[in-house]
Design a protein around this ligand. Structure first.
Ligand SMILES: [Zn+2]
Length: 327
């Protein structure tokens, strides 16, 4: 995979949140300004998802400061997230584990919000909620960590109000420890200094022989950039990519869910390796040449409520199609 990435890569290959590579942009932005997306009513998009409310949740997380795994700030963030979810009447499970890291053992916690269905089969929608640690500068991860976590919290609000009984179980999973402790993704622990939370969950599913029960895993990461343009991720399961990108096109978001391709190694990989269909919805084009990624520039002013709205709408509108596919 890595070799193939290198062969196909033109310019964008940045290590950190994984090996990243991009093919030349084949979908091409329109020469003119993209037409405005249809109003929610026009597109029949009354999903109930509120991008402004999600944006407030990005601000709250950024307000806790840098939030690396094992830090007091992440503990505070977690307490706020759990309270937010439980106040909605949602069943929340906390899965604690103590992996070996380059900094010794670090206590981490995955947070799992569950919406039970009639059947045991489950769909997971996931995000990481930790931020990368830098001693050289203050990294608050408005996009990388907070944006996708905020979308999941707003999805929880919408799902909590849905009265129709669910067929499949739905889990919103917030991973701890996605970010590497060392500077780069593959610097330490033979490439295992990353994705601690997602690897832990996938290992648990394998150990309990429950991988067949999880029919789809939808990962969100870096979804708040006001210049939102999400490429199709090539490690991801093709049918999941198709379900989501075709839905986005149908509801007027083709400019934001582009046909260009990229390879991203992220929290979806342990699930794919366990045989679980998975997709990564990630906009890695963050600033010129991804200049805002893993820098002090990843701040709230780069995030827009509208981008959070688009991603929330697309996920909610894709779910029936995904549920129908796995029924
Ligand atoms: Zn990151």
């Amino acid at each position: 995979m890595y070799l193939r990435t290198l062969l196909l890569t033109i310019s964008l290959l940045a290590p950190g949140c994984g090996e990243r590579g991009a093919q030349p942009d084949q979908s091409a932005r329109p020469a003119t300004a993209p037409s405005p997306a249809p109003s929610p009513a026009a597109a029949g998009m009354a999903t109930g998802f509120n991008g402004e409310r999600a944006f407030e949740d990005v601000k709250t997380q950024v307000g806790f400061g840098p939030r690396p795994a094992g830090s007091p700030a992440l503990e505070k963030t977690r307490a706020w997230m759990i309270k937010t979810l439980r106040d909605l009447g949602i069943t929340v499970r906390i899965d604690e584990f103590n992996p070996v890291t380059p900094n010794g053992r670090v206590r981490m916690k995955n947070i799992i919000a569950e919406f039970p269905g009639e059947k045991p089969e489950a769909i997971i929608i996931a995000s990481h909620y930790d931020t990368k640690f830098y001693k050289e500068f203050r990294f608050v991860g408005a996009n990388d960590g907070a944006s996708s976590t905020a979308v999941l919290l707003e999805l929880a609000r919408v799902l909590a109000t849905q009265k129709t009984p669910r067929k499949q179980t739905l889990q919103l999973v917030f991973f701890d420890g996605e970010e590497a402790f060392c500077a780069e993704w593959n610097d330490c622990l033979n490439g295992k200094d990353n994705t601690y939370g997602s690897r832990h969950m996938a290992e648990q599913l394998v150990a309990k022989k429950e991988t067949d029960r999880v029919r789809a895993m939808i990962l969100l990461d870096m979804v708040g950039d006001s210049d939102l343009r999400i490429r199709r991720e090539e490690n991801s399961s093709p049918w999941l990519v198709e379900a989501i990108w075709s839905t986005a096109g149908e509801i007027g978001y083709r400019d934001h869910f582009a046909n260009a391709l990229h390879f991203i190694t992220d929290d979806h990989m342990p699930f794919l390796q366990a045989g679980i269909p998975a997709v990564d919805i990630i906009d890695f084009d963050y600033g010129p040449g991804s200049a805002y990624w893993h820098t002090a520039e990843d701040t709230i002013d780069k995030i827009s409520p509208r981008s959070l709205q688009i991603v929330g709408d697309v996920v909610l509108r894709s779910l029936p199609r995904i549920e129908a596919f796995i029924r």
